[in-house]
Write a protein that binds this ligand. Sequence first.
Ligand code: AMP
Ligand code: P6P
Length: 358
Amino acid sequence: MHRPLGITVSRHIMDLQRMHPGATGELTGLLNELIVAAKTISAEVNMAGLADILGMSGKTNIQGEEVQKLDEFANNTIKRRMARCGYLCVMTSEEEDDVLPVKEGYEGKYTLAFDPLDGSSNIDVNVSIGTIFSVHRRRNAKDGFFRRRTDPGAGVRTSYVGRQGTVDDLLQKGRDQVAAGYIIYGSSTMLVFTTGEGVHGFTLDPSVGEFYLSHPEIEIPEKSKYFSVNEGNYPYWSDNMRRYIEFLKQEDKEAGRPYSARYIGSLVADFHRNLITGGIFLYPRDRKSPGKASGKLRLLYEASPLAFIVEQAGGRAITDDGVAILDIEPQSLHQRVPLIIGSRHDVDEAQAFLTGNR
Ligand code: AMP
Ligand code: P6P
């Protein structure tokens, strides 16, 4: 059977690199290493139902949440591979209290923030889950230098060598991201990412082990009819948030209301559906618990990368104060933010209600 001559993600990444004549290939290498990690995790996630990998690992993470075995596997897969890829100077993971150093002598000029397996509470019930990643350039990249070296099996390569990165290299605005993306492990495994030149989706053919371009130039519909929110938090919302959700549920045929509710409880799955079909996802501040006074979701490795993607796709991402997610100056690695993200028209409308202007 002749397989379609699809464009592989590696070909796509090389085409992007060619648009930057001075590029050394470091970012290309970084993205390709991330993709190998994603394929490894995908294989394990798809086996989870069969292998004895379901269930808890008996440990808890910085968020105080039970760490599931697949969480651990995904976290270890990414941090071990990326620590020695030679393109990073520092990393941070949702599963790790502190920054993750890279292998001595392999310091590169980028940083990586990642959520290895978001939505892990859904693992045991076969709901789609995902990996989210965000790449920045280190601060003061000029501190390093280029050198030629021959690695066993990797041949001769000219690479940038710098110093170990610090928290400061990670605490950068989302507006300054170099790349951001997610892998969704669902009915099929898809990689969706941007490097600032549009958003592109790739679907994994597991029989070949290749990601093929399946969703070129993704654009989120301007207006939608879906809203994604956990209405169980209604008693803890602000009055403005309650008014907005009530508004979406009022009948107004001309305006296309009432909207339909779609909430999976897995951020990557909810975001991905809204990116393709249009929709608005909301996780505002609530009074449910002190830790969530500023929202539940994390800035560096959840809100910021998804905000980069959605803005590149023509949508918006703000806090419930109307501040653009990409303009927030991060203060700490695991900082929470309220997140309102999706179709432009819907986020504009939500912003009007949430800031008391409607
Ligand atoms: P590099 O020398 O490989 O680190 O690339 C230098 C800069 O060129 C990167 O920080 C990006 O802004 C851009 N660039 C290089 N390769 C790519 C790529 N594959 N896709 C998108 N942008 C790239
Ligand atoms: P709630 C999963 O635990 C997660 O971090 C996101 O994937 C998801 O969007 C959110 O929490 C769901 O939270 O409070 O609605 O269960």
